[in-house]
Design a protein around this ligand. Structure first.
Ligand SMILES: *[C@@H]1O[C@H](CO)[C@@H](O)[C@H](O)[C@H]1NC(C)=O
Ligand SMILES: *[C@@H]1O[C@H](CO)[C@@H](O)[C@H](O)[C@H]1NC(C)=O
Ligand SMILES: *[C@@H]1O[C@H](CO)[C@@H](O)[C@H](O)[C@H]1NC(C)=O
Length: 408
């Protein structure tokens, strides 16, 4: 009896130790976030073990666990017709909201889910529910792209998939078949999906065949640059749940099929040190003192190494490619972008990626809405239903859909 009590106490202490992480009290529902983070960390560690044992690639194992938490079949409701199909060989899930009585043609959003270019699916419960809500609330057609992921494919294949599916959809005869208004189509995505959406919008603004076909872009806590892992938000949120800095740097390395040995050097900005000549051209974008307001930079100092590691950019030149880091695109590219919404969260390493992009777009003359959530954390917008319901999840989703409703 006594020994089992000791054992139980030890187990509870161990579980508490595993689950507990210090969080600022200003984050939404901190205890729930700790549990969510512990679950995700547990799944990551299990996947790493599976990788170590040689059973499977850790990202395949992790995605298997994520998908087993809630893959959903294409299930229509009274208001929304849901169907899985393919657009030019790329799988998509299409959600068709009912048209408004006075408007025969519907609005439309092409949606790109997040997950570090390696995880999740348009078919998991979280993204299925988000797109259902968008289709219903906006009386719109939502095309959620099931692009291929790392390690099946690497950069720039993910981009090719989303571009191919979107171009197919934008054809007049396809839009007509879906009763979509060609003048009211937007592109959107969250996290790595926000990265792909931003890249696609830039490509389309340069491509005469599709130019001006997107009415807006809506980027939810997007990943926008791989040059600086020491922006104020990276420094502030080094260990913040869901997306610690080290994990984000690893997603980048995975996207480029790079060597994990680079991650430690990247998080101290050794890849963009002053002695790395390839990075010199982008130095101005790294100078966030001119791109971020004083309320954000506070007392944080830029981290610029004098001596770094030139091998990283030699082996992974993709790190300095605007197709992976849309933040570093030329002004001439940015000025043709459509109306833009960017949602950022305070407790997120990517906060400043979004704020800097908003600033560059405003400088380029683009109409931008920056929607910041003081109690938000990375990924929160997909967490709206029990047991992973967060107050800030509900509020971010409401605010995002409201902006779309008013601007699309
Ligand atoms: C960064 O580069 C410097 C100079 O090459 C090196 O001394 C240092 O160990 C590197 N840091 C990391 C974390 O790799
Ligand atoms: C960064 O920008 C600030 C403000 O615009 C400027 O004073 C400073 O010289 C810049 N630093 C570098 C290294 O470009
Ligand atoms: C989550 O949902 C449950 C059950 O509907 C509700 O009681 C609870 O207040 C919700 N929590 C938050 C943070 O929204």
């Amino acid at each position: 009896m006594r020994s089992s009590l000791v054992l139980l106490t030890a187990l509870v202490a161990l579980a508490a130790y595993y689950i507990y992480i210090p969080l600022p009290s200003s984050v939404s529902d901190p205890w729930k976030l700790m549990l969510l983070d512990a679950t995700f960390r547990g799944a990551q560690q299990l996947s790493n073990l599976i990788h170590y044992l040689g059973l499977s690639h850790h990202l395949i194992a992790l995605n298997f666990i994520i998908i087993s938490f809630g893959k959903k079949n294409a299930l229509s409701s009274a208001q929304v017709k849901v169907r899985d199909t393919a657009f030019d060989g790329v799988e998509v899930r299409v959600f068709e909201g009912s048209p408004k009585p006075d408007e025969p043609l519907r609005r439309s959003i092409v949606y790109i889910h997040g997950g570090g270019w390696a995880l999740a699916s348009a078919k998991i419960k979280y993204y299925d529910e988000l797109c259902m809500a968008m289709a219903e609330d906006l009386n719109a057609v939502i095309v959620s792209i099931e692009y291929r992921l790392v390690p099946q494919v690497y950069f720039p294949e993910q981009i090719h998939d989303v571009v191919r599916a979107t171009k197919y959809f934008l054809q007049p005869e396809v839009l007509q078949q879906y009763h979509v208004d060609p003048g009211r189509i937007g592109i959107s995505g969250d996290s790595a999906g926000g990265n792909l959406a931003a890249v696609l919008a830039q490509q389309f603004s340069q491509d005469a065949s599709v130019r001006n076909k997107l009415k807006l872009q809506a980027l939810i806590y997007p990943v926008l640059q791989a040059l600086d892992f020491n922006t104020p938000s990276y420094q502030q949120n080094v260990n913040t749940p869901i997306l610690p800095r080290y994990v984000m740097a690893k997603y980048w390395v995975d996207y480029f099929k790079g060597d994990y040995d680079f991650v430690q050097a990247m998080v101290v900005n050794n890849h963009t040190a002053l002695d790395v000549s390839e990075a010199a051209a982008f130095r101005a974008y790294l100078n966030w003192t001119s791109l971020l307001p004083a309320s954000i930079t506070k007392n944080y100092k830029p981290v610029v190494q004098t001596m770094g590691n030139a091998r990283i950019i030699k082996e992974l030149p993709q790190l300095l490619d605007a197709r992976s880091s849309p933040l570093i695109a030329d002004q001439e590219v940015l000025q043709h972008l459509p109306k833009t919404y960017i949602l950022t969260c305070e407790h997120d390493v990517l906060r400043d990626d979004g704020i800097m992009y908003a600033k560059r777009l405003v400088n380029a003359g683009v109409d931008v809405t920056l929607d910041h959530f003081e109690d938000g954390f990375h990924g929160c917008m997909i967490f709206t239903s029990w047991p992973t319901n967060f107050s800030v999840g509900v509020r971010t989703r409401y605010s995002y859909i409201k902006w779309l409703d008013q601007n699309l």
